[in-house]
Ligand binder design. Structure first.
Ligand code: NDP
Length: 253
């Protein structure tokens, strides 16, 4: 039996920001396995080349900092010239800084805002220039369960992810009429470098398992299906939504 044509995204060109490791790398692999041409992005060219070498299929790299407007504009122009017009953008690059709000510095505030929120605006805007002109495109912003809920010590992170949810809706309002569909995907607790300190904390790790109806931490592969769906024609009439892939955690007290 073959897959339904509504889920066919083969031949599309996709850029995944922050894909040298973790969630971005798993999403890039998933898009490659679905037959896409994929561009990996990050700030460390060596790490990116190594990641690309281990992936199967039509894979390219683009080294640029998603927080820097000039680098983003040059990076997207270069990708579209070298690899082809973008059909799919996954705004995944992000970071976490854990500290009580009273100890959070001005520079850390700006750093996390730039990395998690401004980046999606900058990369989204540059990618949407061509997408809106061509009248087709899919943008998927990687939000978080913390777009909905928060814990002590991560207020700035939750603020960036909550705002990213609203940016997703706003992008949908602006670019939807031009054939570009924008949605979010909200991971729960997923084992990556970003959550390493939490995974190593036995008490916290057990709390995550206990609070998650699925009874375990998420794996990066758990997020692939949702992104493939949102990137596919099956989701052509889905706009401005965040699909939470969190083992049910956001839904229960
Ligand atoms: P990692 O820290 O493992 O990976 C982050 C990636 O982003 C790396 O490839 C890094 O590459 C890249 N990156 C960071 N800053 C920049 C920048 N300024 N420019 C370009 N690339 C950058 O994180 P995860 O894989 O865990 O997280 C990925 C996304 O998923 C983030 O947006 C995160 O907030 C979100 N998320 C994660 C959850 C989790 O439990 N892990 C839960 C919910 C959401 P390099 O350093 O080489 O530039």
């Amino acid at each position: 039996m073959t897959a339904h044509p509504l889920f066919d995204i083969s031949g599309r060109t996709a850029l995944v920001t922050g894909s040298s490791r973790g969630i971005g790398l798993a999403l890039a692999r998933g898009l490659l396995e679905a037959g896409c041409r994929v561009v990996l992005n990050g700030r460390d060219g060596e790490r990116l080349a190594k990641a690309a070498a281990e992936l199967p299929g039509d894979v390219h790299t683009a080294v640029f900092d998603v927080t820097d407007g000039a680098s983003v504009a040059a990076g997207i122009a270069d990708v579209e010239e070298r690899v082809g017009p973008l059909d799919i953008l996954v705004n995944n690059a992000g970071m976490q800084l854990r500290a009580p709000l009273l100890e959070f510095t001005d520079s850390d505030w700006h750093r996390i805002l730039d990395t998690n929120l401004t980046s999606a605006f900058l990369v989204g805007r540059e990618a949407a220039r061509g997408m809106t002109e061509r009248g087709r495109g899919k943008i998927i912003n990687i939000c978080s369960l913390q777009s909905e809920v928060v814990r002590p010590g991560i207020a700035p992170y939750a603020a960036t992810k909550g705002a990213l949810k609203m940016l997703t809706k706003g992008m949908c309002a602006d670019w939807g009429p031009h054939g570009v569909q924008v949605n979010g995907l909200g991971p729960g607790y997923i084992e990556t470098e970003l959550t390493e300190p939490l995974v190593k904390d036995a008490e916290f790790s057990a709390w995550v398992r206990g609070r998650t109806p699925a009874g375990r931490w998420g794996r990066t592969e758990d997020l692939v299906g949702g992104v493939l769906f949102l990137a596919s024609p099956a989701a052509d009439f889905v706009g401005g939504q965040v699909l939470y892939v969190d083992g049910g955690m956001t839904s229960v007290l």
